[in-house]
Design a protein around this ligand. Structure first.
Ligand SMILES: [Mg+2]
Length: 237
């Protein structure tokens, strides 16, 4: 039986893609760069994904990401501009962005009523906490497991071990025993961080694949294309 839900934040609860498109559109105009076109978003997506995979493999740090991301994107777009200055603008805009993924506003309170709801996110703690606050969701989360504060990233075992230890330490005395990893479902949009990490920690995994483009991966326990489907899924597992 599922007792706790670990939810990824970006592109699971909050629409990071919509934020990026909006920030590229506004930011390019503000920085006097060529006007944003829809073909530019995939460049961001590829560069960002490549850098995050390198972070997950331990090849670069989060600090490196901030130095590299927009300079590399500008380079690939053929822009001459200050990528590091744009990174500052981007990060500041991100701090104030909370565009819900379809179905999230309904799902978050629903989950909190029935399960121990925890955020499980790679990112800076203050940023993620602020964004959940803006979305109005902070009261629904029993724990915010955020990589910066945990001191380890998804998918590392250290991230999930620490999260489980904190979750169990917080349970009231007399609670019916510790929550076991098999009683936790990890929900997220990333095969490499959410699904691999959850699986290695012994959790049930559920991939949110809104595009339907994710590589088939039979090591994922469940797959949904809309957040709303999680309710039905939880009703039958
Ligand atoms: Mg995500």
């Amino acid at each position: 039986m599922i007792k706790a839900v670990f939810m990824d934040i970006d592109d699971t609860l909050l629409d990071f893609q919509a934020f990026v498109r909006q920030t590229m559109r506004d930011g390019f105009a503000r920085f006097g760069l060529p006007a944003y076109e829809e073909r530019m978003y995939p460049v961001f997506h590829q560069v960002n994904a490549r850098l995050w995979e390198r972070i997950e493999r331990g090849e670069i740090t989060r600090a490196d990401l901030l130095d590299l991301r927009w300079p590399v994107i500008f380079d690939e777009l053929g822009f001459t501009g200050d990528g590091r200055a744009f990174e500052h603008y981007f990060k500041d805009a991100l701090l104030h962005s909370a565009i819900p993924v379809e179905g999230a506003e309904d799902l978050v309170p629903w989950l909190a009523e029935r399960y121990i709801l925890c955020a499980a996110s790679n990112g800076p703690y203050a940023q993620q906490e602020t964004r959940l606050t803006i979305a109005g969701w902070l009261p629904y989360f029993r724990h915010l497991f955020i990589s910066e504060e945990i001191g380890a990233q998804k998918p590392t075992p250290a991230f999930f071990d620490t999260a489980m230890r904190r979750l169990n330490a917080s349970l009231m005395p007399g609670h019916s025993g510790p929550v076991l990893p098999g009683e936790v479902i990890m929900v997220g949009d990333s095969l490499t961080s959410d699904m691999a990490g959850g699986r290695n920690a012994g959790m049930v995994t559920c991939l949110l694949d809104t595009s339907g483009h994710a590589q088939p991966d039979d090591r994922v326990d469940h797959r949904i294309s809309k957040l709303d489907e999680l309710k039905t899924l939880l009703g039958r597992i």
